[in-house]
Every structure is written in structure tokens, then in C-alpha cells.
Design a protein. Structure first.
Length: 196
């Protein structure tokens, strides 16, 4: 429906930002990370996800497209609704979420309000399952991370983490070619890829 909203920030509250676009104030549910980037009276662009139900039309806004991708990916996990996904992304940045999934870090996800151990385990299991399916499909298509020969497991882990965030094989391959992964840790590769 809306890809992004671009306008003046008029109201900031806990998990809510109101963006004035030509006289219309759009209430966007958002994460703490996005809220920390916004200032009342300043212009901002939020990438949006619209959640439409019989009795509600909710807009969720994110400062970056990677945060929006993570939100959509979290919604694909059974038992995770918009509030839980927003809570997880308020407790974890997109790169921290990817690392938590790859390293089975249940504790990182349970820091989010309303996310217990069982839900955190389900998030990790289902997102890892999606990554392994994507990896199998990429391997069958002949895709190998370009730096896998030199960097070994860390480039594979970084590529898997980027896949968790919803990036395609082409996007991953393009960014990995630009990075000197041999001299970087897995976390540094993920952060550099997200910046790129």
C-alpha cells in the first residue's frame, strides 16, 4: 500500500511516531531504534508496512529497509504478530537478530517484552529453516559466496545471516565482492554488508 512516508515528525511517544505528510498525520508504530533517529519538527522518511484486518488499519514505520525486511520476516513465523515482531526489533537490531538466529542465542530474543523462551526458540527454528531452504536453493543454482574459498565459515555464516534478513542471492553476492572478508569477523561482515 504505502512504501514509505516522508514528512515532518509531529509526535513521538513510546513505540509511536506521527509523520505529517501535507497536512495529514500518519500514526506509525515503530521500534526504539527508529524512534532514536527521529526528532520532533524535523523531516523523516519511514519505510512502511501496513497491517490490515477487519477492525484495524495499522501502519508500522522503520528508519531502514533492513529493519522493515526483518519485521516482515518475523511476521512469517507462526505465533509472531506485529506487536511481538516490533518488540523483538526494539530489543535487537537487524544484524543482532541475524546473529542471534545463526548462533541459536535464545537469550537475545527473550529480552524483548512478551517474548518467552518457547517463542524465541520457534523464531530461531523457523528462520533457520528458511535460511537452510534458501541456501539449498542457492547451492542448486550454483551460487557460492564469492569469498568462501578465502574466508571459510565466517563468510558462509554472514551470507546466511543476510539471507535471514531477507536479502537475495544476487544482493549478497554483490556486497560480498566489495568486502575484504578475510580480515573481518562475521559480525563485521554483516554490519558492513548492511551499511552497503
Amino acid at each position: 500500500m504505502f512504501y514509505y512516508l516522508d514528512g515532518k515528525v509531529t509526535i513521538l511517544e513510546m513505540n509511536l511516531a506521527v509523520i505529517d505528510c501535507n497536512g495529514v498525520g500518519y500514526a506509525c508504530n515503530t521500534t526504539l531504534a527508529t524512534l532514536s533517529r527521529l526528532e520532533i519538527g524535523k523531516n523523516a522518511r519511514l519505510y512502511t508496512y501496513c497491517n490490515i484486518k477487519e477492525d484495524a488499519f495499522d501502519i508500522f514505520g522503520f528508519a531502514t529497509t533492513s529493519e522493515k525486511r526483518c519485521f516482515e520476516l518475523l511476521l512469517s513465523v507462526s505465533g509472531v504478530g506485529p506487536k511481538a515482531a516490533l518488540g523483538i526489533l526494539s530489543a535487537c537490531t537487524p544484524d543482532a537478530l541475524a546473529i542471534a538466529v545463526i548462533s541459536d542465542d535464545v537469550a537475545a530474543l527473550t529480552r524483548a517484552p512478551g517474548v518467552g523462551k518457547k517463542l524465541a526458540q520457534r523464531v530461531i527454528l523457523e528462520l533457520k529453516d528458511k535460511v537452510s531452504k534458501d541456501t539449498a536453493a542457492l547451492t542448486s543454482e550454483g551460487f557460492v559466496p564469492p569469498s568462501a574459498a578465502t574466508a571459510g565459515g565466517k563468510s558462509d555464516e554472514a551470507a546466511a545471516a543476510l539471507a535471514v534478513l531477507g536479502y537475495t542471492a544476487g544482493e549478497i553476492a554483490a556486497i560480498m565482492r566489495k568486502l575484504d572478508v578475510a580480515s573481518m569477523t562475521t559480525e563485521e561482515i554483516i554490519k558492513a554488508a548492511l551499511k552497503g
